[in-house]
Design a protein around this ligand. Structure first.
Ligand SMILES: C[S@@+](CC[C@H](N)C(=O)[O-])C[C@H]1O[C@@H](n2cnc3c(N)ncnc32)[C@H](O)[C@@H]1O
Length: 200
């Protein structure tokens, strides 16, 4: 891991990685719901180790190829299943309990900016992800605000997250207070232990 990758909490992606490093353990199964250029998949592949598994979803051939190339370059493709499908099909394809599901919304950096994640697919996938999470499992959602449709998608994610049962989930929204309101921000969800004392 390079110094730049582990250095500072410069934005929502860095903050999501901070939480993922704390929570994802060797041997875990996790999902990158929007693998894009593969940077989140790469972190997850390092964290789960050789006994773990990363499912990496995307709908764009360029993204799938970029992820494959990045993971191959690091010698970690053996623990990654690259899935050429929309994350709204998550529960159809993945049946195992998950330690983490990572969403990085919007468009592929360096790619076609019209090919964005859509609120209806994102919320469908989030609902399925919440059902698959293990106790202490975490969903991270990096939300952007600058492209057409982005504010509506952010609102849909927040509405979904805010409606989760507090006895079953801890739900957070985190933004940078000294940046413009348009800066990317993070919503994250932790599944609680199945413990009647959880809601004290
Ligand atoms: C911001 S990029 C992801 C960046 C990536 N996580 C990385 O580390 O480089 C968003 C990605 O979501 C993908 N996407 C759009 N709709 C999708 C869907 N329904 N299911 C899965 N991926 C989707 C886009 O193709 C794009 O590659």
């Amino acid at each position: 891991m390079t110094t730049a990758e582990q250095a500072y909490l410069r934005g929502a992606v860095a903050l999501s990685h901070f939480f993922l490093r704390e929570r994802v353990k060797p041997g875990d199964t996790v999902v990158d719901a929007t693998c894009g250029n593969g940077r989140d998949t790469l972190l997850l592949a390092r964290l789960v180790g050789p006994a773990g598994k990363v499912w990496a979803f995307d709908v764009q051939a360029d993204a799938l190829e970029a992820t494959r190339a990045l993971l191959t370059g690091d010698g970690l493709l053996d623990r990654v299943e690259i899935v050429p499908a929309g994350h709204e099909r998550l529960a159809e394809i993945v049946r195992e309990p998950l330690a983490a599901v990572v969403f990085n919304l919007g468009y592929l950096p360096g790619g076609d900016k019209r090919q964005v994640t859509r609120p209806e697919n994102t919320v469908t996938a989030l609902h399925q992800a919440a059902g698959l999470l293990s106790p202490r499992g975490m969903i991270t959602v990096c939300i952007y605000t600058g492209h057409p449709g982005a504010p509506e998608e952010g609102e849909a994610v927040e509405n979904w997250a805010a409606a989760l049962a507090p006895k079953q989930f801890n739900v957070w929204r985190s933004c940078q207070m000294n940046r413009p309101e348009t800066a990317p921000y993070l919503v994250f969800v932790e599944k609680g232990e199945s413990n009647p004392l959880f809601d004290i």
